[in-house]
Design a protein. Structure first.
Length: 444
């Protein structure tokens, strides 16, 4: 998953807290993946796969709406993941590492190279048939795992490298969202899309009117989801669309915030403020309510939502997604799927395509004078980061579910994703272990 903190901040403390939270999320993802693989290859495999395909829904008279457990997770629960991804993308576009051309050149170029090269490598091995549709699988980077690996090295990692890798992954996520919406949508029902647009417009109007009740927004967001689901575009795109209309700037300006807070604080200082007086003096209670309201208005809604949802997404939704999507019965063994062109294309795309594409496009952007290398980061460290970009777990698994008609190809790609993510993590960690500053008194 992509960064959900202020990725553009230069405060190492902010990054330390964020990276360590990502590291913990990565452990949960690994545990969920391991549990899925064990169950899928045990005597309880029948129960596991039966659970995946169990239909759950609602009935009203003769009308029934139901989806399998697997589809509820991928089509509804993952909407929250894509909502957070959308908030991160919008935040970076408005005020972060993608907000100006100068800032965006390096990560966008790196992300572009990191999408084109893997897709071409995969397409070279799988030029036709059902397998050809999997070209989007090796394009994605899982920032949770990538930053989780970086966390191993603690303060040895330059902040510039973390910013580079985070911004790269966010630009990469934007590309993945576009690929899912454009290339993995087979037919569009325009009525459903119109319904989604109406509900989306209603959310924008409610934001403009400063309506605060969360129930209103949840109801409207469900309308967007239903419209997108009916349109034929994958339902998770609804999460990104809703995120695009959530403000990422404060609702009030600095002057209004300071004037009101200074006025209320000054009057409260002059009053005989006690816990008892708050009950007896209505004005004092109103003044404190004003302070709470203005503080809430000053805090950007997008950032507040991003921070509040991050733990739930990282520590609940993504492990559940991994558990219900990573399970694959190996049958003849791990190498069978790996040596098939689908599995091999995924591995080569993520492991080699990512590092080649990221490095070449980053070098071109810097050499052509369009951008500068991240401050305090060497080329060898950027190479280590480009290797970690080959960890494509979450988004790659998601695209895998959309790409193929043949279930055997889905399983082959899963095996490829698992192998590729493991190799990329080990390769990147080895490069960084050799190229990051040695730990000393200041870095311990």
């Amino acid at each position: 998953m992509t960064a959900s903190r202020l990725a553009h901040s230069s405060d190492p403390g902010v990054f330390a807290r964020f990276v360590h939270s990502q590291a913990f999320g990565s452990v949960l993802l690994l545990a969920a993946t391991a549990a899925a693989l064990v169950l899928a290859n045990s005597r309880w495999s029948g129960l596991y796969f039966d659970l995946l395909h169990t239909e759950v829904g609602v009935a009203w008279g003769s009308a029934i709406f139901s989806l399998s457990v697997h589809h509820w997770i991928n089509d509804l629960l993952m909407v929250l993941f894509f909502f957070v991804v959308g908030l991160e993308i919008k935040r970076e576009l408005v005020a972060g590492q993608l907000s100006t051309v100068k800032k965006a050149v390096v990560p966008v170029a790196a992300a572009l190279g990191g999408m084109i090269a893997p897709a071409l490598l995969y397409a070279w091995l799988n030029p036709s048939g059902d397998a050809a549709a999997g070209w989007g699988i090796p394009m994605a980077t899982d920032i949770a795992f990538a930053l989780g690996v970086l966390a191993i090295f603690g303060r040895r990692v330059p902040v510039g490298l973390k910013v580079f890798l985070t911004a790269l992954a966010i630009a990469d996520d934007l590309g993945a969202v576009l690929v899912i919406a454009v290339f993995y949508t087979h037919q569009i029902a325009w009525l459903g899309l119109t319904v989604a647009a109406v509900f989306l417009g209603a959310i924008a109007v409610c934001n403009r009117l400063r309506i605060r009740h969360p129930v209103v927004y949840v109801a409207l967001a469900l309308g967007v989801w239903a419209g997108v689901l009916a349109s034929g575009i994958h339902a998770t795109i609804a999460g990104v669309l809703v995120a695009m209309v959530v403000p990422v700037r404060s609702r009030i300006d600095r002057r209004e915030f300071l004037e009101l807070t200074e006025d209320r604080l000054a009057r409260l200082r002059d009053a005989d403020l006690t816990t008892a007086s708050l009950i007896e003096d209505r004005w004092q209670l109103d003044a404190i309510s004003d302070l709470r309201r203005v503080a809430s208005d000053m805090r950007p809604p997008g950032l507040a939502l991003e921070e509040s949802l991050h733990p739930f997404v990282a520590f609940a939704i993504l492990p559940v997604f991994a558990f219900f999507n990573a399970g694959v019965a190996f049958g003849g063994g791990l190498l069978d799927g790996l040596l098939h062109p689908v599995g091999l294309g995924v591995v080569l795309g993520l492991v080699l395509g990512k590092q080649i594409g990221v490095m070449v496009f980053t070098w071109l952007a810097v050499t052509l004078g369009r951008a500068e290398r991240p401050e305090g980061v060497t080329w060898s460290q950027i190479y280590g980061g480009s290797c970690l970009a080959g960890i494509g777990f979450t988004m790659s698994m998601f695209v895998d579910q959309l790409a193929f008609v043949d279930p055997a190809n889905v399983d082959r790609a899963k095996i490829g994703i698992l192998w590729a993510s493991l190799i990329a993590a080990a390769w990147g960690a080895a490069v960084l272990a050799a190229r990051l500053p040695r730990p000393g008194p200041a870095t311990r």
